[in-house]
Design a protein around this ligand. Structure first.
Ligand SMILES: Nc1ncnc2c1ncn2[C@@H]1O[C@H](COP(=O)(O)OP(=O)(O)O)[C@@H](O)[C@H]1O
Ligand SMILES: [Mg+2]
Length: 417
């Protein structure tokens, strides 16, 4: 076999050990080295390797492409065949790909025969996925590999490997770009730019430090984790809220689309984040797909800039939809505060993990948004909960069209896709 190298810190991936936990900033060769090590090990010995992440909407979200690129780059093509959802080795090795969030406990438990599980972007793995996965991987000599860029000490993977008590038989290693001999010039230019342009985020992005807590942030990760649920209870009113980006350059902006409902227990549940980039038709179709999938009662849309166009866009895809139009008379963060108070009171749960939405939420401060771009997902979520908890936000009277408060449905409707 050709000599294939991984940077020094990753040699641990070839040493027997129950846990391998590598965390650090961007460009530290985590993904590439894990892919290379997994391929080499699966070529040497017949192994079943599960490449898992918390959220995998399609196989494109997985590391399959990266594995294929590495197989090709190392001239290992003759040893592997790539199928639609898996990669097979000529020696019987297999790579499987899965998103844990959408799997039932039994489905996760069916991975019992796995030799190595690699959890990529492990900062987003939920406590539930971790609790089910770890005891499932029980074959003698089996290993659990984690790669991630840390966000907060309360994230389950950090709590497991970086708390007071770490599991025995673990290789836990921080890695950064300066230990990556392959660190490309393009990334280095980006890094140097960030050092001057975003000094407050540099440590997190490039050195693997926890995310800086935005001063005056109105949400925090601990509160989001504590509220998190695996399934929603019986829900009453369900809404899809849309914060359409109104930009002339089609496709450049993201449209926030959030689905949620009011539980019969009086609590709010965020069920899905269907945000998407693209032209107006794109968001309209996504919102309507969400409306159908969750059997929603209405679509809430912000019409500030778009006016009639926004409603027209939805109606051109499907006429006669129940639409609730909302207009912002106050700033984003002012609208967000009563909703943050609801979370603080423990009255809202995220059903599953919504990383991008939660990142935006944690950068919303009392004096504005501290992230990059526009917090479209957070905005859509705020509209949604404002509509589900109208008393809280004391809105001035607004024109509403055909608001339907409607049908009951059970849990489970949020899952299938
Ligand atoms: N084994 C390798 N061979 C060639 N290039 C590599 C290798 N490992 C890393 N690199 C280069 O370093 C870059 C960063 O690696 P990556 O694995 O994406 O880092 P991380 O996952 O830590 O952000 C890659 O885009 C690639 O250009
Ligand atoms: Mg990576």
């Amino acid at each position: 076999m050709t000599t294939i190298k991984v940077p020094d810190p990753f040699r641990g991936l070839f040493v027997p050990s129950r846990y391998k936990a590598y965390y650090g900033g961007r460009g530290s060769a985590k993904s590439h080295s894990f892919a290379v090590a997994a391929e080499i090990r699966a070529a040497r010995q017949q192994l079943r390797i599960l490449c898992a992440r918390e959220v995998q909407r399609s196989i494109k979200d997985s590391v399959k492409q990266l594995l294929e690129d590495k197989i090709e780059a190392h001239g290992l093509d003759h040893l592997y065949t790539s199928l639609r959802d898996e990669i097979r080795g000529s020696n019987g090795s297999k790579f499987l790909f899965a998103g844990l969030q959408d799997m039932s406990i039994d489905q996760i438990k069916s991975f019992e025969g796995i030799d190595i599980v690699w959890v990529e972007e492990a900062q987003t793995i939920s406590a539930r996925s971790l609790e089910v996965l770890v005891p499932t991987i029980r074959k003698p000599g089996s290993e659990l590999w984690f790669s991630w860029n840390p966000r907060h000490a309360s994230d389950p993977v950090d709590a497991l490997f970086r708390g007071l008590h770490v599991p025995e038989n673990s290789i836990i290693r921080r890695v950064n770009y300066d230990e990556n001999p392959f660190f490309p010039d393009e990334l280095d230019a980006e890094r140097r730019f960030d050092r001057t342009a975003k000094p407050e985020r540099y440590g997190h992005i490039w050195l693997g430090d926890y995310e800086p807590v935005a001063i005056g942030a109105i949400w925090d990760r601990v509160c989001l984790h504590e509220g998190r649920r695996e399934v929603a209870p019986e829900l009453g009113r369900i809404l899809v809220a849309v914060d359409p980006a109104v930009s002339s350059e089609a496709g450049s902006d993201e449209h926030g689309i959030i689905v949620g409902g009011l539980g019969e227990d009086g609590r709010g549940y965020i069920l899905d984040d269907l945000s998407v980039r693209g032209g107006p038709r794109k968001w309209a179709e996504r919102a309507i797909a969400g409306f159908d999938r969750y059997g929603a009662d209405a679509i809430v849309i912000e019409v500030n800039q778009g006016g009639d166009m926004v409603r027209h866009t939805l109606e051109s895809v499907r006429p006669g939809l129940p639409i609730i139009e909302v207009r912002a008379s106050r700033g984003k963060h002012v609208r967000a505060e009563p909703i943050a108070a609801l979370y603080a009171l423990g009255r809202v749960s995220h059903v599953g993990t919504f990383s991008a939405l939660e990142d935006q939420m944690c950068r919303m401060t009392a004096s504005g948004y501290e992230g990059e771009g526009s917090p479209d997902r957070c905005d859509a979520m705020v509209w949604l909960l404002s509509e589900l908890f109208p008393d809280l936000t004391r809105k001035p009277a607004k024109p509403k069209r055909r608001t339907q408060v409607g049908s009951r449905r059970g849990p489970g409707s949020w899952m299938g896709h």
